[in-house]
Ligand binder design. Sequence first.
Ligand SMILES: Cc1cc2nc3c(=O)[nH]c(=O)nc-3n(C[C@H](O)[C@H](O)[C@H](O)COP(=O)(O)O)c2cc1C
Length: 186
Amino acid sequence: MPRIGIIVGSIAQNSINRTVANVLPSLVADTEVEFEFIDISALPLYNYELDGAWPQEATDFKAEVDAVDGIIIVTPEYSRSIPGALKNALDWAARPWGQNSFTGKPTAIMGASISAVGTAAAQQHLRAILGHFNAPTMGQPETFFHFSADAFGADGSLQDGTQLAILENFVTAAVAHITQFAPVAA
Ligand SMILES: Cc1cc2nc3c(=O)[nH]c(=O)nc-3n(C[C@H](O)[C@H](O)[C@H](O)COP(=O)(O)O)c2cc1C
């Protein structure tokens, strides 16, 4: 049973990317797939001087990344890049040196913005980081989700059929990618 971690790149309580990410698990018909949200909001700023005596939040975060077969990252774009909070989380995951939790971890990325072209620049930066990590990263479908609050019901469900199809296409491909590239347990 593949276990898939979902990381939202925003720590805003009313994050539009969280709103979108919350829809993804419901679009997977396969009940054998387990999704688990991995929170990055409690992480302190990474500092290599903490190596050897990590704060519990960082140890827990790294263990959560290690425990899943693959990761979906749903991120906003801040100032034409990824949010600092997401970069910080990736820095924690990359350490200690030689123990990068993303190495070999199949990963799929998408992002939501209120702008029509939003998150394209952020996703390119994220791809560069994941390439450096040697994380097999899904190439297609590239998903730049155009967020409109009107498309969501009060219960968080997405009402727009076209947008639902975009998300379903993404998460179906992400599950297939992670299943294909997940390391086989010995
Ligand atoms: C510091 C900051 C920088 C932003 N820069 C961009 C940007 O470069 N491109 C973009 O599409 N939206 C940008 N936005 C707008 C975000 O897309 C919008 O705030 C969105 O709600 C962020 O996603 P979130 O709610 O999941 O955090 C920026 C927002 C903030 C707070």
